[in-house]
Design a protein around this ligand. Structure first.
Ligand SMILES: Cc1ncc(COP(=O)(O)O)c(C=O)c1O
Length: 418
């Protein structure tokens, strides 16, 4: 390694996040369950990892469309029709499937227009600085997804005043906007569903405060897409009645089980994003076969069939929530397929994930810095295709876990929220 390269890596090793993560990796060489290599995905949401078969409760493909023959066939047909990638920025050209997917997504959402990006991360990192710049005020929920925070940093570097407000607290938002002072334009950025807890943002209350201060809402609804609202359109229309004062971001990779993200907005905002959004202009598109798959997934989601798939998902969510509450666990969320159990201590959270894995159930142990320090959770994702036996099996393992590892009860939820 050259000397300059050594100097660089030595410096990076001294950064606080790397030191913290190194420390954890040394403390829990076996318990961490990070960087898993999945050898095989089997039926009924099972997967094989290092010769060990587990039921996967760690997938965002909530509706099970990743295994739907119609979505798979569309992907294959798309590859035959368009090849694997068209290899051009959309600022130059887009395949017909891209234009069709945007028109269909906008109709389904009721937003007027939609603009597809290759991921929600790239949507946030591109759209937020496109919307907010010099003399603007951008208020960001303290628990908003990392990609919102990164987009906000770029907007800040471009001259926007970025302020943070306490998670899901309309009064704190009001104070933050008042203290920020006058602005050219202002925007409030939040998650529709917070991805580590499965809790929903109080969008109606936040919007009321935003309107009082002349701000629009920017809602990253990555986990609401396909799981909440009429035919899965997400959280925003139910909460606000429409999109007059909101730009919504959705995912094509989670419940859609395809690839990408999108911004739902008016035709005018779309036109402006296409002119001002770096990740749209200077980056590549969603590969065309996946756009065909998006259209096939949308055929299913925006149809009467959605009700029966979602009913299976909701039944599984209710079975899990009821069981976890019966066991006396502290359950965060509950109205959406991300269900997190509060554990607290980092070592206990990692040990709990390992305990379940050894008994045949994969859930994600989430610790600082993804959640606040000493607020570790077991993140469990329900799926429409989980058989009831798998859910009951996980609940049985959780009951054993409750006896083996110190876990707080529901009384801890009030403290956690405070
Ligand atoms: C709220 C939220 N936004 C953005 C993302 C990132 O999405 P993508 O994988 O499409 O970049 C996630 C991922 O889990 C998320 O939960």
């Amino acid at each position: 390694m050259s000397d300059p390269m050594r100097r660089l890596t030595d410096n990076l090793r001294r950064s606080s996040i790397v030191r913290f993560l190194d420390h954890f990796a040394r403390l829990f060489p076996d318990g961490h369950l990070k960087d898993l290599v999945v050898d095989e995905l089997g039926p009924d949401r099972t997967m094989a990892v290092g010769g060990h078969r587990v039921v996967n409760f760690g997938s965002d493909s909530f509706l099970g469309l990743d295994r739907d023959p119609r979505v798979i066939e569309a992907l294959e047909r798309g590859a035959r029709e368009w090849g694997t990638h068209n290899g051009a920025s959309r600022a130059f050209a887009s395949v017909r499937a891209n234009a069709e997917a945007e028109a269909r997504l906008a109709r389904w959402l009721g937003t007027g227009s939609a603009l597809i990006y290759p991921s929600v991360t790239l949507a946030n990192v591109g759209a937020i600085p496109a919307l907010m710049g010099r003399n603007d005020v951008l208020a960001v929920d303290a628990h908003a997804h990392n990609s919102i925070q990164e987009g906000a940093k770029i907007a800040g570097a471009n001259g926007a005043k970025v302020v943070t407000f306490a998670n899901s607290d309309p009064a704190a938002l009001g104070r933050a906007l008042r203290d920020a002072g006058p602005s050219r334009a202002s925007m409030v950025a939040v998650d529709g569903v917070f991805s580590m807890s499965g809790t929903l943002a109080p969008l109606a209350g936040l919007n009321e405060v935003a309107l009082e201060h002349g701000a629009i809402l920017y809602v990253d609804d990555a986990h609401g897409t396909g799981t909440l609202g009429h035919r899965g359109i997400g959280t925003v229309r139910d909460a606000l009645g429409g999109y007059d004062n909101a730009v919504v971001v959705g995912s094509l990779s989670k419940a859609f089980s395809c690839f990408g993200g999108f911004v739902g907005c008016s035709a005018e905002v779309k036109e402006l994003l296409k002119m001002r959004s770096s990740t749209f202009i200077f980056g590549g598109p969603v590969p065309p076969p996946y756009l065909e798959a998006v259209l096939a997934a949308l055929d299913i989601i925006d149809s009467d069939e959605y009700e029966s798939i979602n009913a299976r998902l909701q039944t599984n969510v209710r079975r899990l929530v009821a069981g976890m509450r019966r066991i006396g666990l502290a359950v965060l969320g509950g109205s959406q397929p991300i269900l997190s159990i509060l554990v607290g201590d980092e070592a206990d959270t990692l040990a709990a994930g390992r305990f379940l894995f050894d008994r045949g159930y994969y859930v994600q142990s989430v610790v600082f810095p993804a959640v606040p320090y000493h607020a570790g959770v077991l993140r469990i994702q329900a799926n429409a295709n989980h058989p009831p036996g798998a859910i009951d099996g996980l609940l049985g393992a959780l009951e054993e876990l409750r006896r083996a590892v110190p876990m707080p009860g529901p009384e801890a939820l009030a403290r956690h929220a405070a």
